[in-house]
Design a protein around this ligand. Structure first.
Ligand code: AMP
Ligand code: ZN
Length: 308
């Protein structure tokens, strides 16, 4: 959602001290730095609060809360953790994007957990796992950066980032064929992630798959190397199995003689590909590929918007 600070963090527009990420959830350190390791677990999709969040997302957020809390206790030297959520302004919710707070706890840390935390938790250095914040302050890195380094979870392979190329995940969705459709593209380059999506009222699944790639490539620069990951055999095979060359040779007619469908979109895509070094990769749809799943979810959201 425009103007939502947490949506901007999800899209990469605003940086955060990331602890954990998967296809539904992002967790990062609370900027307030009021308790050591104060973590926010948010849904990637914008829901105003816990009560408007859909059941699947809700359970994924709490799965992540459990994973992160466990990680803090098992691997980071904490003894337990508090979990809380503020719903509505009356309950001191200040950011209107659903999130859950985790406060990692040590025995006798003297932290009083509340909407306004008291005490940062000065930890016993003797246990060798956590340094006190006083030590963090003496280093060049900011406190939160230090905390983040200590608490960050081993990243599941979400972003297939590569120094030398842009990674582009795309997907299309359609309700009925033809029907209301949506497309999405997630671009990632040197740790910066950009998310694009859109929809059309009366369209087809193939057109949406094509538009995902077209809009994604349009967001890249001429001459760039781009690795495209799509679950559309239609799009990937057209490039990797020489369909396009055959269509071009036959004046944009298919093997059966009819005019190639979606010709104007193919022409646009071919032009974009020509100006870049593009590699097409087929991924399995609706499986465990986090970015493909995220694209699918975004494309479906666009469909839902059109059906509202
Ligand atoms: P709540 O009061 O439950 O809505 O919690 C919102 C939390 O978001 C507060 O604890 C803020 O400190 C935190 N917050 C606001 N902006 C940011 C940001 N850019 N990065 C990290 N945390 C933030
Ligand atoms: Zn939001």
């Amino acid at each position: 959602m425009k103007d939502c600070i947490f949506c901007k963090i999800v899209s990469g527009e605003i940086p955060c001290f990331k602890i954990y990420e998967d296809d539904f959830v992002l967790a990062f350190l609370d900027i307030e730095n009021d308790a050591y390791g104060h973590t926010l677990v948010i849904s990637k999709k914008h829901y105003e609060s816990l009560v408007t969040c859909d059941g699947t997302t809700l359970s994924r957020v709490f799965d992540a809360v459990k994973k992160i809390g466990n990680h803090y206790v098992k691997n980071c030297g904490f003894d337990g953790f508090n979990v809380f959520n503020n719903t509505s302004a009356a309950a001191a919710q200040s950011v209107m994007h659903f999130h859950v707070h985790i406060i990692p706890r040590k025995e006798n840390d003297n932290i009083i957990v509340s909407n306004r935390m008291i005490g940062k938790g000065e930890f016993n250095e003797a246990d060798g796992k956590l340094e006190s914040l006083t030590i963090c302050k003496n280093t060049e890195k900011t406190e939160l950066e230090q905390v983040c380094e200590k608490l960050r979870m081993p990243q599941e392979k979400v972003v297939l980032d590569d120094e030398n190329c842009v990674v582009l995940y795309t997907d299309g969705a359609c309700s009925g064929n033809p029907g209301a459709g949506g497309w999405a593209a997630i671009l990632s380059h040197k740790g910066v992630v950009k998310t694009l999506s859109g929809g059309e009222k009366d369209t087809t699944n193939n057109r949406m798959e094509l538009l995902g790639v077209i809009n994604g490539l349009e967001a890249t620069k001429k001459g760039e190397t781009v690795k495209v990951f799509s679950d559309s055999a239609y799009v990937v095979n057209a490039f990797n199995q020489n369909w396009i060359e055959n269509w071009q040779r036959k004046g944009w007619h298919s093997a059966s003689g009819g005019e190639v469908l979606n010709k104007e979109l193919w022409l646009k895509l071919v032009a974009l590909v020509k100006e870049r070094d593009v590699e097409f990769n087929k991924v399995k749809g609706h499986s465990d590929n986090a970015l493909n799943n995220r694209c699918d979810a975004l494309a479906r959201e666009e469909v839902a918007k059109l059906q509202e």
